[in-house]
Design a protein around this ligand. Structure first.
Ligand code: ADP
Length: 525
């Protein structure tokens, strides 16, 4: 609470003796206070104190009514109110009336300290800002109606001052909010004037473009963005709209030129800024980094080419072999190796089609888990068995589980799918053979399942993208869709777990699945 004791004697308004001059001098000093620099509580306190003394009041206060449910005491002068129930009754009734009627008022108070009350509402064109109230002790004469005009004269500039302060506070809060929003946006944002010169930007634009703030201020938006025909038309149209002052809104792909770095594929949203009166003051460009999407698009194209190839190769083999077998009589001993190839090729087709179906299920959020309890070791052995049989001559397989009969609550078939994916990759990407080690150990409530191979390994710069759909380290390597690890990761995460990879190129890779032993925490989607 600010009290009148903060005022030094020099701060008080010195007044001449002539009553007219005295009033003018007083008002001049009082209004001057509102224009002075300093903290609002101190200014209000001085204002109230000088006015109170001029009115020979013993006490007074200013209350803000901007929030009707929470009246705020802005300043207090002289004898403070005794906020006891019987006092509060009379005084609060008085300022409630002021607030309701929004007219100056005089009243008799209920207590000796405030036996006479005078007050004015602080009203601007728009609203009621607060009230000013003064009171006198019963030993002094009561306020009279002639005191009201003076109070009314000072109330208006005070109300306007308070409104301005409030407006400045709200504006600065809005500005801070806006700045927080802009700097938390991932998209780059560029504000330009009607000549296309940069006026402002957010942090993301600095980060994306690698230009410093000082460098950006010297540029125009066309120094930063390019595109190719026919999209260049949109760029030209935006420029034209800025120059002639027309409303414009469009989105188009382009490239962001970076400071000594490669261009970044972006999607640009152009908008002109329209002022209240309808005139165009400039433009805003929001710039979205499309690197990831472009990469996925490219991988999708490669995938489509690859899938066509993946589908065609087995079908050609199958149809060729069938033709051969149909074309001539063949003893069973000759037929078996051919049937083996046919089986392998149909399995390959089966896997590819399954992966594609799984991808569409994941994308539609249609993977459902049916968890049940089972022995993890049995599942691990079962998942590896067909591969062990098929590759027993080229690879060594080891399965180690601790504790041996440990249980897990999981979707059995989905976990089987995870293990088949990881173990078949371990075999597929170990062309020279070597050991494939499947381990599982339980620590507290988690199972840590590892699949380790001694194969070709994965280059460090590819590790980050390995679980992205369609990603393959080397497009020309052995057959595959680039979907297995993406699907594996999805299944593991649906279980509330995590998939990790560690690898050294040329030495081998280890994929680790961390799974909660007691099943997914929430009901799986
Ligand atoms: P696919 O094997 O059908 O290509 P995946 O999603 O299973 O698809 O694997 C994605 C890529 O990750 C593979 O193309 C391969 O380059 C790499 N990869 C996966 N597992 C291994 C592994 N054990 N060793 C080396 N590279 C691997």
């Amino acid at each position: 609470m600010v009290s009148s004791s903060v005022l030094s004697d020099e701060a008080r308004i010195r007044l001449p003796n002539n009553p007219g001059l005295r009033l003018i001098g007083f008002l001049h000093g009082l209004f001057g206070l509102l224009g002075s620099s300093g903290e609002l509580p101190e200014i209000l306190s001085r204002f109230l104190c000088d006015l109170g003394e001029y009115l020979q009041a013993e006490g007074g206060f200013i209350v803000a009514t901007t929030d009707p449910t929470n009246l705020r005491l802005l300043a207090e002068f002289g004898v403070p109110f005794i906020e006891e129930d019987h006092d509060r009754g009379a005084i609060s009734k008085f300022y409630d009336e002021l607030i309701r009627k929004q007219r100056p008022a005089l009243a008799s108070g209920a207590t000796p300290e405030a036996s006479s009350l005078i007050g004015v509402p602080l009203v601007t064109e728009k609203r009621l800002i607060g009230v000013v109230v003064f009171f006198r002790h019963e030993r002094l004469a009561a306020f009279i109606a002639e005191d009201i005009p003076l109070l009314s004269v000072v109330a208006q500039p005070l109300a306007i001052h308070l409104e301005n302060v409030d407006f400045a506070r709200v504006t600065s809060a809005r500005r801070a909010e806006l700045e927080a929003i802009l700097s938390s946006m991932e998209d780059g944002l560029l504000v330009v004037d009607r000549m296309g010169e940069v006026l402002s930007f957010n942090n993301s634009l600095e980060r994306l473009s690698r230009y410093s703030a000082a460098e950006l201020y010297g540029l125009s938006w066309e120094d930063l963005l390019t595109t190719s025909s026919p999209r260049i038309e949109t760029f030209h149209a935006f420029n034209r709209a800025l120059r002639v002052g027309e409303v414009f809104s469009a989105r188009c792909p382009g490239s962001l030129k970076t400071n000594e770095g490669p261009e970044i594929p972006v999607s640009v949203n152009f908008n002109t800024i329209v002022e209240d009166k309808g005139s165009i003051t400039g433009g805003v460009l929001s710039i979205r980094d499309m690197t990831f999407e472009t990469q996925v698009d490219r991988m999708k194209d490669e995938f489509i080419a690859n899938v066509s190839h993946e589908l065609k190769t087995p079908i050609t083999t199958i149809s060729g072999f069938l033709q051969m077998m149909l074309g001539r009589e063949m003893p069973r001993s000759e037929m078996v190796p051919l049937l083996d190839v046919l089986k392998g090729e149909t399995d390959r087709l089966h896997r590819l089609i399954n992966d594609l179906l799984e991808l569409s299920k994941i994308q539609a959020g249609r993977i459902r888990l049916t968890p049940r309890k089972f022995q993890l070791e049995l599942l691990l052995k079962k998942s590896a068995r067909p591969l062990m049989v098929r590759h027993q001559d080229s690879h060594r397989f080891v399965v180690e589980v601790k504790p041996t009969r440990g249980m897990i609550l999981a979707d059995h078939d989905r976990l089987m799918q995870v293990m088949v994916n990881l173990v078949s990759n371990a075999v597929k990407y170990s062309p020279e053979g070597g050991e494939v080690r499947i381990t599982a150990n339980r620590q507290n409530d988690w199972w840590h399942i590892g699949v380790k191979d001694e194969g070709i390994g994965i280059p460090a710069d590819a590790l980050g993208q390995l679980f992205t759909r369609f990603y393959r380290v080397n497009e020309n390597q052995t057959s595959g869709s680039g979907l297995g690890l993406f699907i594996t990761k999805e299944i593991v995460e649906r279980h509330g777990g995590r998939l990790e990879v560690a690898s050294l190129e040329g030495k081998g890779s280890t994929f680790t699945v961390h799974l909660p032993a007691k099943g997914p925490a929430e009901t799986p989607r």
